[in-house]
Design a protein around this ligand. Structure first.
Ligand code: SF4
Ligand code: MG
Length: 283
C-alpha cells in the first residue's frame, strides 16, 4: 500500500511561491494513495502551461506533452493499458482554448480518464494574457482595455456535452479537492474536475481572497442532488458557475472501454478490436 510520500520525487517545482498548483499536486498524490493506487499503476499526462509541469513533479508514469493535447495522449494510454489509472491535467488555456475540441469529445466519449484543470483565468506561463475563462472586462497585456469576450462556462458546457462526472474545487481546500479527485478516479468514465488555482503573479483580480468571498459550496445548498442533471444546470446558472463540490455524476452510463468489444479484460495493446452492432443493443 502506497502513501502520498511514495508519489513524491526529487524534482523541485519551479512554480511561484503561493501558486495554487502546489495544492493540486499534493491533492493528486494524496488521492492516488487513498484509493490504493501505487506509482507503477498511475500515469499523469499534461499539456503546456505552468500547470503542465505537474506531470514531472509526481512519482508515476508521466508525459509532458504539447499544448492542448493532454487528452488524446491520456486516452491512448488508457486504451493501451486499461489497468492504468490515468490522469490528464493542464490549465484553462490548455484545456478550454486550444484543447477544447479534445475536451468536448473526451467528455462525450466517456473514457475512464480523470481530467484535472488548474483554472487561474489567465495564461501564466506566457506572463499574463486573457484566457477563455477570464471575465469580461478583465485587463491583461493582451486586453489592455479589458476583455470584450464572455467567459466560457465550462461546467455548463460539460453537462450539455454528456458528462458523467463534473466537479469543481478550490486549491485552498485540500481536503475537498483530494476527496473529489478520489471520486473522479473511482468513477467509471470520464471525470472533469475544474480547480480554481490562483495565479498569484499575474492575476490580481481572482485572488485567494476573491475566491473565498465568491465561491459557494454545494454542501451549503439544502437538498442539492448531484444525480440530477437539470438541477445541476440550474444551480450553475444561478451561481454563475462559482460553486464547489460534486456538481453532477451519472453512474449508469457505460464507459467507452466497456463498450468496445474485446476490451473487457485487457488493453488494446493485447487485443484485436472488433466493433459489433449488437454490443449497443443493451445500452
Ligand atoms: Fe503559478 Fe502564475 Fe507563477 Fe505560473 S505564473 S507558476 S500560474 S503563480
Ligand atoms: Mg491558465
Amino acid at each position: 500500500m502506497a502513501t502520498f510520500k511514495d508519489f513524491r520525487n526529487n524534482v523541485k517545482p519551479n512554480w511561484c511561491p503561493g501558486c495554487g498548483d502546489f495544492s493540486v499536486q499534493a491533492a493528486i498524490q494524496r488521492a492516488a494513495a487513498n484509493v490504493g493506487v501505487v506509482p507503477e499503476e498511475l500515469a499523469v499526462v499534461s499539456g503546456i502551461g505552468c500547470s503542465g509541469r505537474i506531470s514531472g513533479y509526481i512519482n508515476s508514469y508521466g508525459l509532458h506533452g504539447i499544448h492542448g493535447r493532454s487528452l488524446p495522449i491520456a486516452q491512448g494510454v488508457k486504451m493501451a493499458n486499461r489497468e492504468m489509472t490515468v490522469i490528464a491535467s493542464g490549465g484553462d488555456g490548455d484545456g478550454f482554448a486550444i484543447g477544447m475540441g479534445h475536451t468536448v469529445h473526451a467528455i462525450r466519449r466517456n473514457i475512464d480518464v480523470t481530467y484535472i484543470v488548474m483554472d487561474n483565468q489567465i495564461y501564466g506561463l506566457t506572463k499574463g494574457q486573457t484566457s477563455p475563462r477570464s471575465a469580461m472586462g478583465f485587463k491583461t497585456k493582451s486586453t489592455p482595455a479589458g476583455s470584450i469576450e464572455t467567459s466560457l462556462n465550462v461546467m455548463e458546457l460539460a453537462l450539455t456535452a454528456g458528462a458523467t462526472f463534473v466537479a469543481q474545487s478550490f486549491s485552498s481546500d485540500l481536503k475537498e479537492l483530494t476527496s473529489l479527485i478520489e471520486k473522479g478516479i473511482e468513477h467509471k468514465g470520464f471525470s472533469l474536475i475544474n480547480v480554481f488555482s490562483p495565479c498569484v503573479t499575474f492575476n490580481k483580480i481572482n485572488t485567494y481572497d476573491w475566491f473565498k468571498e465568491n465561491l459557494v459550496s454545494l454542501g451549503t445548498i439544502e437538498d442539492y442532488n448531484p444525480n440530477n442533471r437539470m438541477s445541476a444546470m440550474n444551480t450553475l446558472m444561478e451561481y454563475n458557475g462559482l460553486v464547489t463540490g460534486l456538481i453532477y455524476q451519472d453512474t449508469e452510463k457505460k464507459s467507452y472501454e466497456d463498450m468496445v468489444h474485446g476490451f473487457k479484460e485487457e488493453g488494446l495493446s493485447k487485443q484485436n478490436i472488433e466493433l459489433e452492432h449488437d454490443q449497443f443493443e443493451d445500452l
